[in-house]
Design a protein around this ligand. Structure first.
Ligand code: FAD
Length: 295
C-alpha cells in the first residue's frame, strides 16, 4: 500500500515514482482482465494508478467508479483524469466534489480530446477552454487534490511551436500543478530536450516520462500518427519484419521499452508513467528486468 504521500513526494531525490494508466473497459471480459492486471501491477507499489476520462467527457461516473475500485481492491492511491470538455463550470465543480467522495487522491487535469468523429476542439459554453483554467478551478474549490498535467516532448499537435507549448505548460504549473506527465514517445532525446527547455523556462516540478510499450504495431502506428510522435525507423523496420507474429512484436516492444526506461532513469528522470493499455505482461517484464527499488 502506498503511504499517504503527496503527489510530488513520490519523485523526491532518491525515489523513482512508477505509475500506471488504465482506461474503463467496454466488456465484461475486458473488465475481468483489467482487474487481474491491476492486481499484478499493484505489487510494484506504484505512486498511483490513474484512470482516463472518455473523450468528450463520456465517462463521467465510470472514471470515478474505477478509481474507487482501484483503491478498494489494491490500497493504491488513484488518480482520476478529468477534462474541461463536457461540463459547465458548476458541473465541473460538482464532479470534483464527487471525486473527493470516491476517495480519489489526485486529478490529472486536461483540456480533453473531442469525441470520435469530431476533429475540432469546441469548448463547452459556460465551461473552460484550457487545462490551466481547470488547474485554477481545482486549486480554488478542492485544494486537497494532487494535480498532474500533460506535457508534450514533441509538442502538442495544435501548438504553433514547442516554445509556445512550453509557455502554455508553465501556465498550468504556475496555476498549481504538482507534476507533469508526458505524452508517449519512443525517442528519448525528445524527452531530454523537452525537460531541459522546461527547466530553462522556469518549470520546477517533476517531469515524468510517459511510456507506452508496443503491444501491437498497427495500433501504435495509428496512435503515433495521431499525436505526432516519432517512431524510430530502426524500430519500425524491426516491427515490420515481425508483421505476422504478434508475440515477436510484443517482445520487440518490450526490449525497446526496457532500453528507453534504463536510459531515462540514468538520465535523471524522476519516475515513469506507464500507459499499460489494460494489460500487465509488458510492464511486468520491463519492471522486472530493470531491477529497480520501487517507492
Ligand atoms: C498523460 C496524459 C493523459 C491524458 N488523458 C486523457 C484523458 O483521460 N482523456 C482525454 O480526453 N484526453 C486525455 N489526454 C489527451 C489530452 O486531453 C489532449 O492531448 C488535449 O488535446 C490537450 O490536453 P492538455 O491538457 O494538454 O491541454 P492544454 O494544456 O489546454 O493545451 C491544449 C493546446 O492549447 C494550447 N494552450 C494551452 N493553454 C493555453 C492558453 N491559456 N492560451 C492559449 N493556448 C493555450 C497548448 O499549447 C496546446 O496546443 C491525455 C494526455 C496526456 C499526455
Amino acid at each position: 500500500m502506498t503511504a499517504a504521500a503527496s503527489l510530488s513526494d513520490h519523485y523526491q531525490a532518491g525515489r523513482f515514482g512508477i505509475s500506471f494508466e488504465i482506461f474503463p473497459p467496454k466488456t465484461a471480459e475486458g473488465d475481468e482482465a483489467l482487474w487481474q492486471a491491476v492486481a499484478s501491477l499493484a505489487t510494484y507499489k506504484p505512486a498511483f494508478i490513474s484512470c482516463t476520462y472518455g473523450a468528450g467527457g463520456s465517462t463521467r461516473q465510470r472514471t470515478l467508479e474505477m478509481c474507487e475500485q482501484i483503491t478498494r481492491r489494491t490500497g493504491v492511491d488513484s488518480t482520476a483524469h478529468f477534462t474541461c470538455l463536457g461540463g459547465t463550470v458548476p458541473e465541473l465543480q460538482e464532479w470534483l466534489g464527487w471525486a473527493r467522495q470516491h476517495g480519489v487522491k489526485n486529478i490529472m487535469a486536461l483540456r480533453g480530446d473531442p469525441p470520435a468523429g469530431q476533429t475540432d476542439f469546441q469548448h463547452t459554453p459556460g465551461g473552460l477552454k484550457y487545462a490551466n483554467e481547470l488547474v485554477e478551478l481545482i486549486k480554488r474549490v478542492e485544494p486537497g487534490f494532487g494535480i498532474g498535467v500533460a506535457g508534450y516532448p514533441e509538442k502538442h499537435a495544435q501548438a504553433p511551436s514547442l516554445a509556445v507549448d512550453i509557455d502554455n505548460l508553465k501556465r498550468k504549473v504556475d496555476a498549481g500543478a504538482d507534476a507533469v506527465f508526458t505524452q508517449l514517445f519512443y525517442v528519448n532525446d525528445h524527452f531530454f530536450r523537452f525537460r531541459d527547455l522546461c527547466v530553462r523556462a522556469g518549470i520546477r516540478v517533476p517531469i515524468v516520462p510517459g511510456i507506452m510499450p508496443i503491444l501491437n504495431f498497427a495500433q501504435i502506428q495509428r496512435i503515433t500518427s495521431m499525436c505526432g510522435t516519432e517512431l524510430p525507423s530502426e524500430l519500425s523496420a524491426q516491427m515490420s519484419g515481425a508483421q505476422d507474429d504478434k508475440e515477436a512484436q510484443l517482445q520487440i516492444g518490450i526490449q525497446h521499452a526496457i532500453a528507453q526506461c534504463r536510459a531515462l532513469k540514468e538520465g535523471g528522470a524522476p519516475g515513469i508513467h506507464f500507459y499499460v493499455l489494460n494489460r500487465s505482461q509488458a510492464c511486468e517484464e520491463i519492471l522486472s528486468s530493470l531491477d529497480m527499488q520501487f517507492a
